[in-house]
Design a binder for this molecule. Structure first.
Ligand SMILES: *Cc1c(COP(=O)(O)O)cnc(C)c1O
Length: 413
């Protein structure tokens, strides 16, 4: 029997994959241990494929959690920033002086604080402000958002005591007023990823705001303003009933919390916006330090906030994609000269706006080619409908059309 090659020799043979030597050593060891030296290259390819890289999103889901939700541009030169330096005085500044301040301005709030994600925002608010006291929540809003984020569990983790009021489908103001006097907070949670219809009732923030305790509204999606002044035509029809930060604050919420990478269209982040005294208490809590994002995220979020303040929805990739006309998408699909141009329905995604769709267009080819498309470089993520592979163009950057066309052509040929 032939002796297996040395781990080191096999690893060196794979150097052309571009992977660092220690990773190739691991791959070589595994292949030799499996008695299958020939599999080393495939194993190395799998390691390379698992690395984070750009993909083309042809699923029609604009905010796809598996694809990183909203796409954002990040500036990557190695440079210092004035992250916590006040350039005017030369003294220590605040991490909230840039992105957070701009978002507060755009949402009509006194102040804001940025943390790592929406879940962190709610956890920090409950930990810092409820301080182990009672938090009143409607039974209709004890939701699970996905990825294990369940309101009762987040409340328990914060040390606060959950006081449930009302029923699954109906909660009235009197349900809250009975218990609110002693509560630390009233929490209102947007149901985000599901919808209740029929014999239902919930209490708007405007009414809860008069009960005494501060009202915290977890609006989830991060729609900044229901009027969408950054879109030329105003709010699109599919945005129906989505709560917005500006209006929720104006209705009397002491704080709103929301994600940075859902309908806000920014990087993964969580925003706490509202009364300055409460935002400051959150910022001073030790947990805030553990949940704070760095300059990369704050820089991308600042760009997003500036675009909103300029009312320039076209500068925010999510809104640019969401507002492209179906005619334009059809023209792009036709220009691929491949398969069939089809009408389809995109969805906003990100656990928001369940059941609401955005008319779209794309290209369809016979058969299921999704695995081959995922293996393409760059990977293309598409969906299968009625035995055909459909590439919805709404979430595809126009500059990727040519690459997508080539990937599809390679599959069908
Ligand atoms: C999405 C969502 C969250 C969680 O936000 P992440 O940014 O995903 O952590 C929390 N609450 C609501 C209502 C949401 O919709």
């Amino acid at each position: 029997m032939e002796r297996p090659p040395s781990v080191d020799a096999l690893a060196r043979d794979l150097a052309d994959t571009g992977l660092p030597h220690p990773l190739l050593v691991d791959v070589a060891r595994e292949a030799i241990a499996a008695g299958d030296v020939a599999s080393a290259r495939d194993r190395a390819d799998s390691v390379a494929t698992a690395l984070l890289r750009p993909v083309i999103n042809a699923t029609g889901v604009l905010l796809h959690t598996n694809l990183g939700r909203a796409p954002v541009a990040v500036h990557t030169e190695a440079r210092y920033t004035n992250l916590e330096l006040d350039l005017a005085s030369g003294r220590r500044g605040s991490r909230s002086a840039h992105a957070a301040a701009l978002l507060a301005r755009a949402a009509g709030a006194e102040a804001a604080l940025v943390v790592n994600n929406g879940a962190a925002a709610l956890l920090l608010v409950l930990t810092a402000l409820a301080n182990g006291g009672d938090v009143v929540v409607s039974r209709g809003e004890l939701v699970e958002i996905g990825g294990g984020f369940r309101i009762p569990e987040v409340l328990a983790a914060s040390g606060a005591r959950l006081v449930e009021v009302g029923t699954t489908n109906r909660t009235r103001l009197t349900d809250y007023s009975g218990v609110a006097v002693d509560a630390a907070l009233i929490l209102k949670v947007h149901q985000s990823n599901y919808r209740m219809e029929g014999f239902v009732h919930s209490v708007p923030v405007r009414d809860l705001a008069g009960l005494g305790p501060a009202v915290v509204a977890d609006i989830g999606s991060g729609l900044l303003d229901a009027a969408c002044p950054w879109l030329v035509g105003g709010p699109p029809p599919w945005l129906r009933d989505e709560p917005a930060a500006r209006q929720t604050v104006a209705e009397g919420a002491a704080l709103v919390t929301f994600s940075g990478d859902k309908l806000l269209g920014g990087p993964q982040a969580g925003v706490i916006a509202g009364r300055r005294d409460l935002v400051d208490r959150c910022a001073r809590h030790p947990l805030a330090r553990a949940l704070r994002p760095g300059a990369l995220v704050l820089g991308a979020l600042q760009e997003t906030a500036l675009a909103y303040l300029r009312r320039d929805g076209q500068a925010i990739p999510f809104w640019r994609m969401a507002s492209v006309s179906v005619e334009e998408l059809r023209a792009r699909a036709a220009a691929m000269v491949l398969g069939e141009v089809v009408s389809c329905q995109s969805v906003p995604g990100g656990g928001s706006l369940p059941g609401l769709t955005i008319p779209s267009a794309g290209v369809a080819v016979g058969g299921d080619h999704t695995a081959a498309l995922r293996a393409h470089d760059p990977p293309v993520v598409a969906r299968v409908e009625d035995g055909r592979t459909v590439c919805d163009l709404r979430a595809v950057d126009p500059s990727d059309d040519v690459v997508l066309g080539k990937a599809l052509a390679a599959c069908v040929s």
